[in-house]
Write a protein that binds this ligand. Structure first.
Ligand SMILES: Cc1cc2nc3c(=O)[nH]c(=O)nc-3n(C[C@H](O)[C@H](O)[C@H](O)COP(=O)(O)O)c2cc1C
Length: 254
């Protein structure tokens, strides 16, 4: 049976989703999967080289991030069908994030064969409540879960036995609605400390929603939160810890 060509593709702010994607990549390396982060816009034609796509994303406010939704919505409808695996990382509760993105993938003619959620350090909470950072960590059963999931994925890659699943709608996720409603209404203002900034422009290169631009009057990058989904990738990638955060509640960005 021919081995299916596999692409692992992910979006990650603080690195937890990237870590899980890298573990998938490492543990399946004998089957030569490719691993890439999502970019916007994305060269969708490369997806034509793969039979099977593993898609990873963090849960934000009980949903997939806008960037991820945008990535899937702009995807062409596949002909022939493609097999997709979906995983998310979350701090406390992934609500219906997998259900909603799974449905969108099916609209693109993907056969969804697997979904998984991994509890990971809650990046937003760790940034907003630094003293509580030690409480936010990977779930105790993550290694066991990963091993089971990798075994399943391996079977699908080496055989043609793909079983289609329908991700379950979690009714109790409706209780999470206040968190989603208010969470989306908190906006953050990121500021750069000019005295610390080393003008490497890593924030400009890392942001997939182009919230950072090279400064015109100074070499310090300029931030615009109009499209920001607060993944905090810029904060985590800044080598000089020059990006700082403040929050306020106002109208949601969308
Ligand atoms: C803006 C934002 C919103 C979040 N909302 C939720 C949430 O609703 N539920 C949850 O369990 N975790 C939530 N988290 C935590 C992330 O899902 C978790 O930290 C995830 O592993 C981050 O992945 P990353 O490190 O790849 O960015 C949120 C994090 C951020 C930054």
């Amino acid at each position: 049976m021919p081995v299916k060509r596999t692409l692992i593709i992910y979006h990650s702010g603080a690195g937890s989703t990237k870590t899980i994607a890298e573990i998938y990549h490492e543990k399946l390396k004998d089957l030569s999967p490719d691993l890439i982060p999502i970019t916007l816009p994305f060269p969708y034609e490369i997806l034509g080289h793969y039979d099977l796509i593993v898609l990873g994303f963090p849960t934000y406010h009980g949903e997939a991030p806008h960037s991820m939704v945008q990535f899937v919505e702009n995807m062409p409808s596949f002909e022939p069908q493609k097999t997709a695996f979906l995983f998310t990382t979350y701090g406390l509760y992934p609500a219906n994030a997998l259900y909603h993105l799974g449905k969108k993938l099916k609209e693109k003619n993907c056969v969804l064969s697997f979904t998984a959620g991994y509890r990971a350090p809650a990046t937003d909470a760790a940034l907003l409540l630094p003293p509580m950072k030690p409480l936010f960590r990977y779930g105790k059963n993550t290694v066991k879960k990963l091993n089971n999931h990798l075994e399943h994925i391996r079977k699908c890659i080496v055989s043609s036995q793909i079983v289609e699943i329908n991700p379950r709608f979690r009714l109790h996720a409706l209780l999470n609605y206040p968190n989603q409603y208010f969470g989306k209404r908190v906006t953050h203002q990121l500021t750069v400390d000019d005295t610390l900034c080393v003008q490497c422009n890593r924030c400009v290169h890392q942001c997939i929603l182009t919230c950072w631009h090279r400064g015109s009057s100074s070499l310090v990058p300029v931030y615009d939160n109009t499209h920001c989904e607060y993944c905090f990738k810029c904060v985590h990638h800044c080598p000089a810890n020059a990006i700082m955060l403040s929050s306020k509640t106002k109208d949601a960005p969308n």
